[in-house]
Design a protein around this ligand. Structure first.
Ligand code: UDP
Length: 373
């Protein structure tokens, strides 16, 4: 079959590869001048530092098959994300762990004591947290919430944390030991030559033709047996029902001679600081030596029509609109909507790959049975 995959990010590449290996003729297009979607990495011409162009991406998963898969296409080196946060003139360790608790409250608590202490801080009357703020008050209490989460979240999402789902905070653990690894997954690492090289390697198959700088045109669809769409779901339909809300990011670059902050990611919890975090890219490749440094101050704001969409907002309005678009998508034969933008979800890279593998295999199984994919 002739397959068009719109978007040369993780979803398009992994599905394309799966289908190409089964003998299908795959054409991957992307409107940008690079593969990799928002995982795109490239070396900075001036300093040689590997840049996470659209913000930090750290690979972590519990999915052994996904881990094996990415290791087929890239040389992964050990990398653990150890995030720090600056709040009210002091630096603390994230995610909230025993060091954070002891430093913040100026205590010397042991694990059990810290657990009991935080339980006293927490609002235990909240049995079933209904939103981000309730989740925070229930699990870390008001002081840590105000210092680390409230201001950051207001900046990141541009709304009152009471209007955000509790699930956003559930991404972050609270630890009663000194483990400051941001993620708890078994497999964690960073591709030595970056994500774009990995995604190019996935696309490197005789059954895949990739065209960059090539926007989708609805007239193309007729030339293919099936389309996989990893662009914005509402964009496929020309935004005819309205626009799904996204947060976009602005990065303000600055260079520094030496080591600017001593870690890859420094969050800023104070509302008064306009950016959410500073990323110092060379720390994503600790095996490399660079004298000079490139940093990004990261600002979050509502995405306008011409901005790059990053985080799906998924509040009440978007949820209702999303349902309408999902109905439209289901009524569109010959097109499968995939990935973060195509399904309008906050997806980690490993989940995106897992879903892409499953989608590709499901397509092949249906095609083999002569069913419409
Ligand atoms: N968050 C926060 N303070 C921090 C880090 C995270 O309040 O210092 C909140 C914020 O609302 C964010 C959510 O926790 O959206 C999830 O954090 P994560 O680090 O997973 O966000 P990502 O790296 O995906 O932007």
């Amino acid at each position: 079959m002739r397959i068009l995959l719109v978007g040369a990010g993780l979803s398009g590449a992994v599905i394309g590869r799966t289908l190409a290996q089964a003998g299908h003729d795959c054409h991957v297009i992307d409107s940008r001048d690079h593969a990799g979607g928002n995982c795109h990495t490239e070396r900075d011409a001036a300093t040689g530092v590997m840049m996470h162009v659209y913000g930090p991406h750290i690979f972590h998963t519990d999915d052994a098959e996904v881990w094996d898969y990415v290791n087929r296409f890239a040389d992964f080196l050990p990398f653990q994300n150890r995030v720090k946060t600056t709040s009210r003139g002091a630096v603390y360790s994230l995610p909230v762990n025993l060091l954070t608790i002891n430093q913040f409250f100026r205590r010397t608590l042991r694990p059990d004591e810290a657990r009991a202490f935080l339980e006293c801080q927490a609002d235990t009357s909240i049995a079933d947290p209904q939103n981000f703020e309730e989740q925070a008050l229930r699990f870390v209490g008001p002081d840590l919430y105000e210092a680390f989460f409230k201001g950051y979240t207001e900046k990141q999402w541009g709304c009152d944390p009471r209007n955000l789902p509790a699930s956003i905070l559930r991404r972050l653990p609270v630890r009663f030991n000194y483990d400051d690894n941001y993620f708890f997954h078994r497999f964690q690492g960073m591709p030595r030559e970056g994500y774009t090289a990995m995604i190019r390697a996935i696309l490197d198959h005789p059954g895949i033709a990739t065209d960059l700088n090539t926007p989708y045109d609805p007239a193309m669809a007729g030339q293919y047996d099936h389309v996989f769409w990893s662009g914005p779901l509402d964009g496929f339909f020309g935004y005819r029902l309205g626009r799904l809300g996204y947060r976009t990011l602005d990065f303000e670059r600055f260079d520094y001679d030496g080591d600017y902050q001593g870690c890859a990611v420094m969050n800023y919890g104070d509302r008064e600081v306009p950016y959410t975090r500073i990323t110092e890219h060379k720390h994503f490749s600790p095996w490399e030596t660079h004298e000079r440094s490139v940093c990004y101050r990261e600002f979050s704001r509502a995405a306008g029509p011409d901005d790059i969409p990053y985080y799906p907002i998924r509040l009440v309005r978007e949820k209702a609109l999303l349902e309408d678009y999902v109905r439209l998508a289901q009524a569109t034969p010959g097109v499968t909507f995939v990935g973060r933008l195509g399904t309008y979800r906050y997806l980690d890279m490993d989940v995106t790959i897992r879903e892409a593998l499953d989608t590709g295999r499901d397509f092949l199984a249906r095609a083999a049975q002569g069913r419409s994919p």
